[in-house]
Design a protein. Structure first.
Length: 193
């Protein structure tokens, strides 16, 4: 597969598309190894990953469900969304919590560390092209930015959660959704003078 096909074929595969079968550990380690090769200013390598599987995955989903219930006003609470966390326990193989460790360098803007960590996640996503039977999804949402979730993760003061990368074995009937992007020419301007 060439790089154009890999990039243009990258898709989000949602937990509802997962079978519940476990992904071999060697595959997860391969994703994490390639994540480590992301570009990084001053070689700070700010990405940190907390991998949850089996009982750890259950604890993670229970924590997210509890935070959702605690933080969501009664009029906005959705029982279906609450139950989504329980459902993920049986569908998701691994959940990789994405953490960015802030640099102490005063000349390095935080946004550059966020971007480097995002590149590491993209490397994981692109590596999934080697394994078409598996899928991934980067989930964010307000829960991952809460003090309660920080506490659950035992994050240090200089660490920031950027979301969760869910991994799962794709069901055989999970259809590939074609990608959609607007014309790249409409997003580019050339300045020659």
């Amino acid at each position: 597969m060439d790089i154009d096909n890999i990039i243009q074929g990258r898709r989000s595969s949602f937990p509802a598309q997962y079978s519940g079968d476990k992904i071999p550990e060697r595959v997860v380690l391969h994703l994490l190894e390639n994540a480590n090769w992301a570009p990084t200013h001053y070689h700070t390598e700010p990405w940190r990953f907390k991998v949850f599987a089996d009982g750890g995955l259950n604890r993670l989903m229970d924590a997210l469900a509890a935070i959702y219930k605690e933080r969501t006003p009664e009029e906005a609470f959705s029982q279906a969304k609450f139950e989504k966390y329980t459902d993920r326990k049986s569908k998701v193989s691994h959940a990789i919590v994405i953490v960015m460790k802030k640099s102490l360098r005063p000349d390095l803007p935080e946004v550059e560390e966020v971007c480097a960590t995002a590149c590491a996640v993209q490397n994981m996503w692109l590596t999934l092209a080697n394994y078409p039977q598996y899928g991934g999804y980067w989930s964010t949402g307000h829960l991952v930015y809460t003090d309660e979730f920080r506490e659950f993760l035992h994050l240090e003061e200089d660490e920031m959660c950027l979301g969760i990368f869910y991994l799962g074995s794709l069901r055989e009937d999970a259809r590939e959704i074609p990608g959609r992007r607007g014309d790249w020419n409409e997003k580019v301007s050339f300045q020659y003078n």
